[in-house]
Design a protein around this ligand. Structure first.
Ligand SMILES: [Zn+2]
Length: 233
């Protein structure tokens, strides 16, 4: 299940997040964290959204422990198959007014003529976070910090800040299950094969194809194991 706990973030990012929330409060903008750590399965389900049939999306969501969505919600919500969220280095927020979520990016709850999402974006940047409002595909609610590490570095197990580098090759551990029943194992194996194929042939597997491959793995593992595939970090 998707987490919104700050404790699930990388400690460096968690500290920045706390500072960020306090600074927003000081400015008269109430902000809540809506998402921190995300599993690979959750990200896969989110990536499928708006790209695959509702049935398929809901199958992936079920695997990820997420509730099903309706047809009208089946639209693109992410542009990445692997997210910084999976490594505890990103969090999403929402501005709150009178106990309600404010999604309008032009909203100005503290009435200082600066749109609040822009204001909190700048607060985040001020303390060193990267703000999703600057991304090519704008994501005003998203903040991240990787300490200069790339997604490839994170995948390789590196984490922000020299002192607290955690080697965690699989990005999580599999609970009480033989390794060949673990999705992480197969995903990594396919990843390695993919890298070899790509370097040998120059053939690049696009994200759409990766999605289909991962979907097939999901389906196969559903049959292999009776209990839902649980894997957490
Ligand atoms: Zn995000």
């Amino acid at each position: 299940m998707s987490s919104r706990r700050l404790e699930d973030l990388n400690p460096v990012v968690a500290d920045m997040c706390r500072r960020f929330l306090a600074l927003c409060r000081d400015r008269g903008i109430d902000v809540v964290v809506t998402s921190t750590l995300r599993t690979e399965a959750e990200q896969l389900a989110l990536f499928a959204q708006g790209r695959k049939s509702l049935w398929y999306v809901n199958e992936l969501r079920r695997d990820a422990g997420l509730p099903p969505i309706k047809e009208e919600q089946n639209r693109i919500v992410t542009h990445v198959l692997t997210s910084v969220h999976q490594f505890g280095c990103a969090f999403d927020v929402c501005i709150i007014k009178d106990g309600r979520a404010v999604w309008n990016i032009k909203a100005d709850v503290n009435e200082n003529d600066i749109p609040d999402y822009e204001e909190i974006g700048k607060i985040g940047e001020h303390i060193g976070l990267t703000w999703g409002g600057r991304f090519k595909f704008k994501d005003y609610c998203h903040f991240e910090y990787t300490g200069g590490l790339t997604l490839e570095d994170l995948k390789a197990g590196l984490r922000p800040k020299g002192k607290t580098v955690h080697r965690n090759k699989e990005g999580g551990k599999v609970m009480g299950k033989s390794f060949w029943k673990s999705k992480t194992f197969w995903v990594n194996l396919i990843g390695v094969v993919g890298v070899i194929v790509q370097s040998q042939t120059g053939y690049v597997i696009d994200a759409e194809k990766q999605l289909v491959i991962l979907g097939v793995i999901n389906a196969i593992l559903r049959f292999v194991t009776k209990e839902p595939i649980t894997w957490s970090r």
